[in-house]
Design a protein around this ligand. Sequence first.
Ligand SMILES: C[S@@+](CC[C@H](N)C(=O)[O-])C[C@H]1O[C@@H](n2cnc3c(N)ncnc32)[C@H](O)[C@@H]1O
Length: 288
Amino acid sequence: MSERSSSKSNVIDGRPLNETNYTLPHNAEEEERLNEQHFILGHAFNGDFSAPVDQLLRNGGARVLDVGCGSGIWTLELAKEYPNSCFIGIDIAPVNITGEKPSNVEFIEYNVLDGLPFESNSFDYVFARALVSVYTRSQWTELAIPEYTRIIKPGGWLELMEWDTVLKGGSENIKRLNDAIISMCDQKDLNVAPGYEIQGFIEQSGHYTNIGYEEKSVPIGPKGDKYAEMAIKDWQHVWHGLKFPLMPIMQVAGEQYDAISEAAVGELIEQGVIWENMRAWGQKKDRV
Ligand SMILES: C[S@@+](CC[C@H](N)C(=O)[O-])C[C@H]1O[C@@H](n2cnc3c(N)ncnc32)[C@H](O)[C@@H]1O
């Protein structure tokens, strides 16, 4: 048995096995990684969201959902910025917050593959970020978008933020990890780069107008600013978190995997790479 698993609870890195497709851990290291990633992405896009909802949230009374909210950082930051609107974060894993939970925030533990536990037409804004390994290829259009659309009020907004998990650049070791991630996604029927599809998902549903799209090439490496350096640590932790799912795919033992991911971090530091990130948003039509 690995040092990170427990036979009692059938859990690896805090994540129950076979519950979903999802492979990253649920532990303090992952929570910290998600928090740092939130700042890296917020910096790249010059803000926490791109849909034109600032005034709506500032006016107050808006109901906002953060799907797969992770550490809860997006929900908590927006709740602070917009104290008169109400924010709900939903995730399969519990959200651990330090300090008191703001009165305009609620966290719900729930598997979104069972649909969303909310009434139709009940949210002004639904935000969903980094759910690349939550939904299978078909679930994006057959489950995620229909459920988001069902719960958004007519005139309300949907925003999706995803990326291309395949890093651009690097040498042998980054490429080996990229290839293993592509194989893992294929095995699980996951789209490794849903960022390129999200605008199409929104458009093709036929339920949205005022559709927008933004794409940012996020640098990872020492040659950018401090966020590019933070992104080195982010990806170091991603590769560490994916150790157990990727080892059998790469057909390597633990020590070999550690050596490959350490060498890949070296490539990030020496060469730098690009990580493509995308946001797409749209406003639900009054009537279809
Ligand atoms: C990569 S993290 C992104 C977290 C957050 N959206 C962010 O951008 O910081 C993906 C999140 O999806 C959650 N998740 C995975 N499968 C899920 C499911 N079936 N239902 C609800 N949440 C799920 C994980 O627990 C994790 O917190």
